[in-house]
Design a protein around this ligand. Sequence first.
Ligand code: HEM
Length: 435
Amino acid sequence: MAVVVTDAGPGTAGIDTSGLAPDDARFVEIFTGRWPADLYGFYRHLRDTDPVHRCGFGPVWVVTRYDDIYALVRDRRFGKGELTADQLDLTFLEDRPSPHPHDRTSMVFLNPPEYTLQRALISRAFTPKRVEEIRPEIEAHVDRLLDAVAERGEVDALEDFAFELPMAVIGDLVGLPDDLRHRFKQLVPQNGMFMEPGATPAQIEAAARARIEMFTTFGQLVYDRKRAPRDDLVTGLIEAREGDARLGRREIIGVLILLLGAGFETTMNMIGNGLYTLLRHPEQLALLQADPSLVPSAVEEMLRYESITQMIGRMALEDAEVAGVPIPAGHHVFAFLGSANRDDRHFVDPDRFDVRRTPNDHLAFSGGVRYCLGASLARIELTVLFERLVRRFPVIELVDPDPGWQPRVIVHGLRSVRIRVGEPSPAVVGPAATE
Ligand code: HEM
């Protein structure tokens, strides 16, 4: 069954899905960055009627229940594999690169044993201890950013601090010079368009240019650190050893690009989604303002309720099954973490946003061996930011209640989060008693 493109670009209404079965048409919309208004209703429908769904347009499956995804990410029969455009019967992908291209320098696309080695070497340089050491810097960044918010009163949280915080943190961590950070803010999402099935040829070209620019910058950085080692992550990556194995120059550059991409856009947009959700639930905001010790639990609920990574991909490395459904070797499985996190088989009243929810074992950071390497860093950033925000501003309001979603599938984030902060309005005081 073919799909015709009548207009280019993710998020446009131009991809004609009329030839597809209704559920497949919804997937094509999601894969091309058009988030349906009833996203969570659609997930519920799938969990209830077709939890391991075979798409009609290629060797692709969609899994939506919590338990099945929990098991899938721990099942060694599934790994990473390239999904090529010609495997899919979707005409809008003709003459485009693969929707999920393989990059041999980056561990996110590798399988064991190469994957295991890279992950071990990176984890060694990226320890929880190193991450915890930068907490005071994170606090200082947050205070500086919130000072600016207080001064201006009304800001776009995404632009004015959600971007700045993770870029400052990850930029410091990977040693990105200050003057390049705004440039990288553009380059990272441009490079990420490689992964978007709905990207236009022009966006793919821009992605290639962005990657070359990032590669050149980090290439120089690796060269500098080899000549003059420092006590930092890049030097740690250069020096990391596992027996005789070590990371090559190209691999180190790939890791730095990966860390920047994975660490900046995710956290930035999670700050946006979390703040937006909180402000749409003023009674929950009031709970945090009254008791900021609830913030760590609120952060987990934000991650669960409006997950940034709605979907992850795996390929069956051998014949396998999910929830008893056979998945042939070479077939691709998309696991919807955003659906797992709203599964009422696992969470009580999952569509309720509840900052006191416990337990809250969401899958927003995935699970198994590929569990997000930056989860502890993201948690520190989010917790420090929200704690200071609710302590500092008695009034925080949404200015635009419906900004819409960015037209991308890799990151499920809002277009903007305009907020107003301030002191409570002065109480209405009656006429002064004069007698
Ligand atoms: C709120 C913020 C974040 C969210 C929601 C998030 C989410 C995720 C998810 C769902 C995966 C798993 C993908 C899979 O199973 O295939 C992942 C992997 C990864 N994340 Fe994060 N992430 C966040 C922040 C970060 C940060 C701050 C960093 C690093 C600085 C980071 C680095 C990574 C890396 C390197 C991987 C690949 C792990 C592997 O393949 O072994 N992430 N992340």
